[in-house]
Design a protein. Sequence first.
Length: 332
Amino acid sequence: MSNDEHDPRVQVLDAGEPCTDVEVLEPRSVPLGGPRAMPVSRTLPQRRRSLVGSWCFVDHYGTDDVSRTGGMHVPRHPHTGLATVSWLFSGRVDHLDSGGNAATIRPGELNLMIAGRGITHQEISTPDTTVLHGVQLWYALPEATRFGDNHFEHYAPPSVTTVPGLTARVFIGSLAGSTSPVETRTPDLLGAELILSPGADVTVEVRTDFELAVLAETGDIRVNGTQTAQHGLAYVPAGSDSLRLSAGSSGARAVLLGGVPLGEQIVMWWNFVGRTHEEIEEFRRRYQAELGFEPANSDDADAPPLFGDFPPEQPAPLPAPALPNARLRPRE
């Protein structure tokens, strides 16, 4: 626990008292890769909330009939200043990146890709996948680590049942007596899959300095007494040392995210996270130049590449969209 009474962002409640000031963020449907591609439900970012801790992006997809939609086919594209977290419930996805990593994403196993100052990757569902179902999550890297080298980790967390009525797989951070060994380069972060038994009403201990978000994955769930419909994201501000979750007669599955407030403004556009409009503009220019979509500047010859090499005979990369006419504004 941190010394929360000195942090103006944290309203400390009495011990064991769940916070009832819960904000439910409704999902919006977004096509992944184009208008004919697999639809996803996106709950973060939104106009009224951009971050939960360092988490800045939450996409939920499925259950998706691959024979109808074609599944996931996201060709090579860039990232900067963030990390991607891939977590599946069914199906498989092949990951390939310019850091030299190739891995298959399977249900119940974490794939974490830290972009650092720059990386490109592609994600394509495997030919034997018939039903695809999972979440894609991003968190923003803090100033201290966002220009570091890229990195990839794979981890299969165990199931833990230390809280009656609850089964948890903790893929990042610590919860319910389970701790992930994954290095995130972002201190004080939490990510876990939670399965509630039918009719379960459980309370789990959480850090008082953590903001929390609960994605109602399979059905309705009550978060600290607030009803949250399927695919909705319940936001819980920092200040309480407990989180109460209740499921209906069919049980429920949820994804719990949390972390200490980032405390930094970010500018987020397309697949880039930076700090200013000019920085995002430069990331886009460098990507377009390095992949041959636009001419390079004369100074680029002396600069180390941001986005790396890629194996041959892969699908054509995605070009970056045009920047908006308006100036990109910081989020926090």
